[in-house]
Design a protein around this ligand. Structure first.
Ligand code: 3HC
Ligand code: NAI
Length: 649
C-alpha cells in the first residue's frame, strides 16, 4: 500500500495505490491521515487532488476487517479531517467510489468523475449501513429522496446521473489527473462552497417517511439493513449533523456484528471466489467469439438472449421452419420486454436481434466457438443433436448441454473429442437468473471447464461447478425441499401455513405457490418416466393432484385454487378432499419459524450429502446455488451457512 504525494505548482496530488480495489484498510487510513497533516503544513500548496491508481477509486472499507475490532484512525474521523483540512481536497474518481470510498469523496470539497465512473453506498448489501457519514452527508449533496434511494437499495449511480443529482460537481472526459488539476486551479479562482457537513437539507414531510418505510420494508423481505439505513437518513434530515453522525455510527457498529452482516459477507466472498475457482487458476479458457444455441424454446431463447446481451453473435438452430420462426419470436419477445421495462432502447433491441441468425442448417455452426443445446429433455433427441454437432462444428468448439436431469455422459456418448463436452445448466429465465451450474464429465478437459467459467463471467452469471447426479446441486436439493414440505402436509400442517412460513423466512414464495406458478406436471412427468423405467418412486402428494388434473395456475388450480385470470392463491376444498386420506389428524400446531427451520434443515442435510459425494466442491457453492437459482434469502447466507450459524429457530 502506498499513499504518495506530488506537487504540480500550487496543487498537490495524493495518489493511493492499494491493489486490487484501494480498500480503506488501517494502513491506508493512516497514510491519508498523515497526508492531510503534511499538506496542511506546506505553505506552497493551495489545493489537493485525491487520485487512485489501478482499476478504481477507493471501493470502500476493507470488508475483511469487519470481523475484527475497529482500529484507529477511524474512517469517520478521517473523513472529518479531510473536510476540515486547511486546503480544499478534490476527489478525482474513476472506476467506483463506493461505501467508505464515496464517504472520503464527500469529505472532499469537490468531486470530479470520469465518464465511466460510478458512486454509491452499497453497504446494505453487506448487512450494514454506511459507517462514515454516508447517510448524513449524501442528503446534504443530493437531497433526501436521492439519498434514500442510494442507501436503501445500495445501487450505485453512474457518472451522468451522479452529476444530475449533485453527488459530483463535474464529469470529465480525457485524462482524469489533468482534468482534475485544471478543475482545482479553476476552483481556486472562486469562493469555496461550504463543506458538505455544513450544508442544509431541504425538509420533507412525515408522509414521505411513512411511504418509504412501507416501500423499503416490502422490498427488503426481512433484511434489516435497508430500514435501518432509512432511519439514518431520517435522522440526518431531522437532527443536527453531529447527532445524526453518532446515530449512524452506532447503527453501523451494531449491524456490523449482526448475523445478517456475517451472512452477507459470506456471500460477498463466496461470489467472488466462485468466478475464479482456485483449481482453475492456471488453466486458460478458450476464446469465445461466436456462439450457437440449438433449440429456441423457453431456455434456448433465454440463453441466446444472454449471449447477445454479452455481445456475442449467435446462430440459433431449430428443427423446422415453423420452429425457427417461433424461436425468433421468443427472442424478440424477450428484447421487447427489455424495451418495455426500460432496460433496452429500441435501437439496442434491434441490434440484439440483428446479431442472431436462425436456421435449420447445422452448417451455420461451422465457425462457432461454443454451442449450447437446449432441445427437449429426451435422450434420443439430444443424442441426435450432438451427432449433428460432432459433424458440423470445429473439433475444438465447446459443446454444452442444458439438460436438467439427464446424465451428460449418456448425451455425449460417441461424440468425437469428448473433452470439449460439458453441461451448462441455466435457470429460467436464462437471461435473468444469475446461476449457472457447470457440469464436467470425466472426459471434460480443464480448458473446457475453464471456458465454462469464462462464459459464466462473460454473461454476468454466478458459475458453480457440480458433479453428475440426478438434478445436480440445485434440483436435487429442490426435490428434498419439496418432499420435506409434503411431509409437513402429511403431518397435518396447512399448505398455506407452510408457504407463509417460507415467506416469513425470506423466500419470495413458498414451495407450493412456486410449484403452482411453474407447473406441477414437469416433475410429475419426470417421476413417471423413472417409474416407467422400473425405478421405485413413491407416489407424492403432487402426483395425486396432477392425476386429478391440477397442474398449477395454468389449469386454474394446483395446490391452491385460482379465480379465472387471477394469480392469488386460494386454499382449495378440493385439495383438502383429495389429500384427506394422506394426512395425520390432530397434530400439534407448528410455529412458522419451526416450519422454516425444518425445511431449511432438510436442504442443508441434502447439501451435506452432496458435499460427501463430491457433487459440490464446497458448502459456499451450495449456498450460491440456492441464493441465485432458488430465491433463498441472501441475507441468511444460504442453507449451509444458515444451519451452521443458527442460534435459535
Ligand atoms: N474490501 C475487501 N476486499 C474487497 C473489497 C472490499 N471492500 N472490494 C473488493 N474486494 C476484493 C474482492 O474480494 C476481490 O478479491 P480477490 O481478487 O481476492 O477475489 C478483489 O477485491 C477484486 O474484486 P472484484 O472481483 O469484485 O473486482 P471487480 O473489478 O469486478 O469489481 C468493485 C470492483 C466494483 C469495487 C467490487 O469489488 C465491489 O463492488 N466491491 C465491494 C464494494 C463495497 O461493498 N464497498 C462498501 C464496503 S462497506 C463500507 O465501505 C463501510 C463504510 O461505510 C464504513
Ligand atoms: P421447450 O420445449 O420450451 O424448447 C425446446 C425447443 O427445442 C423447442 O423449441 C423445439 O422446437 C426445439 N427442438 C426440439 N428438438 C429439436 C431438434 N432436434 N433440433 C433443434 N431444435 C429442437 O423446452 P425448454 O423448457 O426450453 O427446455 C429445453 C432444455 O432445457 C431441456 O433439456 C430442459 O430440461 C432444460 N431446462 C429447462 C428449464 C426450464 O425451466 N424450462 C431449466 C433448465 C434446463
Amino acid at each position: 500500500m502506498t499513499v504518495s504525494i506530488a506537487r504540480h505548482g500550487e496543487i498537490a496530488t495524493v495518489t493511493i495505490d492499494n491493489p486490487p480495489v484501494n480498500a480503506l484498510g488501517q494502513a491506508l487510513r493512516r497514510g491519508l491521515w498523515d497526508a492531510v497533516a503534511e499538506l496542511d503544513a506546506d505553505p506552497a500548496v493551495r489545493a489537493v487532488v485525491l487520485l487512485c491508481a489501478g482499476r478504481t477509486f477507493i471501493a470502500g472499507a476493507d470488508v475483511s476487517e469487519f470481523g475484527k475490532p475497529p482500529v484507529e484512525p477511524h474512517l469517520p474521523d478521517l473523513v472529518d479531517r479531510i473536510e476540515g483540512a486547511a486546503k480544499p481536497w478534490i476527489a478525482a474518481i474513476h472506476g467506483s467510489a463506493l461505501g467508505g470510498g464515496f464517504e472520503v469523496a464527500m469529505g472532499c470539497r469537490f468531486r470530479v468523475a470520469d465518464e465511466a465512473a460510478s458512486v454509491g453506498l452499497p453497504e446494505v448489501n453487506l448487512g450494514i449501513v454506511p459507517g462514515a457519514s454516508g447517510t448524513v452527508r449524501t442528503p446534504r449533496l443530493a437531497g433526501v429522496a436521492a439519498a434514500v434511494e442510494l442507501v436503501t437499495t445500495g445501487r450505485p449511480a453512474k457518472a451522468a446521473r451522479a452529476l444530475a443529482i449533485g453527488l459530483v460537481d463535474a464529469v470529465v472526459s480525457g485524462d482524469l489527473r489533468t482534468e482534475a488539476l485544471a478543475f482545482a486551479r479553476q476552483a481556486l479562482t472562486r469562493p469555496l462552497p461550504l463543506p458538505v457537513s455544513q450544508r442544509a437539507i431541504a425538509p420533507v414531510d412525515a408522509a414521505f417517511w411513512a411511504e418509504q418505510e412501507t416501500a423499503v420494508a416490502r422490498r427488503s423481505r426481512g433484511a434489516a439493513a435497508p430500514l435501518r439505513a432509512l432511519a439514518c437518513v431520517r435522522m440526518a434530515a431531522e437532527a443536527s449533523f453531529a447527532e445524526a453522525l453518532a446515530h449512524e455510527r452506532a447503527t453501523f457498529l451494531e449491524l456490523r456484528g449482526s448475523e445478517q452482516a456475517a451472512a452477507l459477507r459470506h456471500v460477498f466472498f463466496a461470489e467472488r471466489a466462485a468466478l475464479r475457482p482456485a483449481h482453475l487458476k492456471e488453466v486458460a479458457a478458450l476464446p469465445l467469439r461466436r456462439a450457437g444455441v440449438v433449440g429456441g424454446g423457453t431456455m434456448g431463447a433465454g440463453i441466446a438472449a444472454a449471449l447477445r446481451d454479452a455481445g456475442l453473435p449467435v446462430v440459433l438452430i431449430e428443427r423446422d421452419a415453423g420452429a425457427v420462426a417461433r424461436g425468433l419470436a421468443n427472442l424478440q419477445a424477450i428484447f421487447d420486454g427489455g424495451v418495455r421495462r426500460g432496460k433496452l432502447t429500441e435501437d439496442q433491441a434491434k441490434a440484439r436481434m440483428a446479431g442472431v441468425s436462425a436456421t435449420t442448417d447445422y452448417a451455420a455452426l461451422a465457425d462457432t466457438d461454443l454451442v449450447v443445446e437446449a432441445v427437449f429433455e429426451e435422450i434420443g433427441v439430444k443424442r441426435a443433436v450432438f451427432a449433428e454437432l460432432g459433424r458440423a462444428c470445429r473439433p475444438d468448439a465447446v459443446l454444452a448441454t442444458n439438460t436438467s436431469y439427464l446424465d451428460p455422459r449418456l448425451i455425449a456418448e460417441g461424440l468425437p473429442n469428448p473433452g470439449r463436452f460439458i453441461g451448462l445448466h441455466f435457470f429460467s429465465p436464462a437471461n435473468v437468473m444469475k446461476l449457472l451450474e457447470i457440469i464436467p464429465t470425466p472426459d471434460t478437459t480443464p480448458e473446457t471447464l475453464a471456458t465454462g467459467f469464462a462464459l459464466g463471467r462473460a454473461l454476468g452469471k454466478i458459475p458453480v461447478q457440480a458433479g453428475i447426479c440426478e438434478g445436480f446441486i440445485g434440483n436435487r436439493i429442490l426435490k428434498r425441499y419439496r418432499a420435506a414440505a409434503e411431509a409437513l402436509v402429511r403431518q397435518g400442517v396447512a399448505i398455506a401455513e407452510i408457504d407463509a412460513a417460507a415467506r416469513d423466512y425470506g423466500f419470495a414464495m413458498g414451495p407450493f405457490e412456486a410449484q403452482d406458478l411453474g407447473g406441477l406436471d414437469i416433475a410429475f412427468l419426470q417421476r413417471e418416466g423413472a417409474r416407467a423405467a422400473g425405478q421405485q418412486v413413491p407416489e407424492t402428494l403432487g402426483d395425486i393432484l396432477v392425476r386429478a388434473g391440477r397442474k398449477g395456475q395454468k389449469t386454474g388450480g394446483g395446490w391452491y385454487d385460482y379465480a379465472p385470470g387471477q394469480r392469488r392463491p386460494q386454499p382449495s376444498a378440493e385439495v383438502t378432499e383429495l389429500l384427506a386420506g394422506q394426512r395425520l389428524s390432530a397434530v400439534a400446531p407448528m410455529k412458522r419459524a419451526a416450519i422454516a427451520s425444518q425445511l431449511v434443515g432438510e436442504m442443508a442435510a441434502e447439501g451435506d450429502a452432496i458435499l460427501d459425494q463430491g457433487i459440490a466442491r464446497q458448502g459456499s457453492d451450495i449456498d450460491l446455488v440456492e441464493i441465485h437459482g432458488y430465491g433463498f434469502p441472501r441475507w441468511r447466507g444460504g442453507p449451509m451457512f444458515a444451519t451452521r450459524n443458527r442460534q435459535a429457530p
